[in-house]
Write a protein that binds this ligand. Sequence first.
Ligand code: G3P
Length: 224
Amino acid sequence: MTNILVDSSDIEEIKKIADYYPISGITTNPSILAKENSDLQKKMYEIKKFVNSHYEIHVQTTEKIAEKILSEAIKLHKFFGGKFFIKIPISKEGLKAVSLCKKEGIGVTVTSIFTSSQVFAAAKAGADYVAPYVNRMANMGMESIKVLADMQKILSSYNTKILAASFKNIEQFTDLLVIGVDTVTVSTDLLEQSIWHPYTDKSISDFEVDWNKTFGNLRVGDFI
Ligand code: G3P
């Protein structure tokens, strides 16, 4: 069963989605948070209030040196609580930081993943999740779904799970549901689109017309 995260820091939009779609948490990245500009402190507290140790929260480090990544992860972990994951882009220092964070009991998502060999290294270092960028791979001419299927095979002997990120369309999203990746993170827009179809709308409208022609304002419950 694939878990769904929302790749956004727009808490109002996330709340609207969480009201009807069973999500497991949220992911952010520096580009997403940079949109908040001077209100970021307020935003961090809004996010904390929303996640409330109930939802997963993945926040990317803004440090590059392993020891500094660890210090930042400890601070964020204390702030957000048990379901916090530090996102660390794959690099030499990043891998070093993965082991340091895991020793401190902090969840780790190794991010900015494009290849199976990166996945392998992250799994060896003890990452909880690896985050391959599906659409950015496709933009590079890579067969992203095939690559992700290979990643899954590699991870079958590790505890590391796939947290697929970067989606442009529903097809990419559905393809990953079919191969059964552990987790995907998508925008609120894409998640909303994923339950919509024009013929669903038409079917609903046709049912309503047929009913109203015969029974007017009466509801089905009025007949029992
Ligand atoms: O967190 C990284 C991922 O969200 C990137 O997505 O759509 O910017 O390629 P995108």
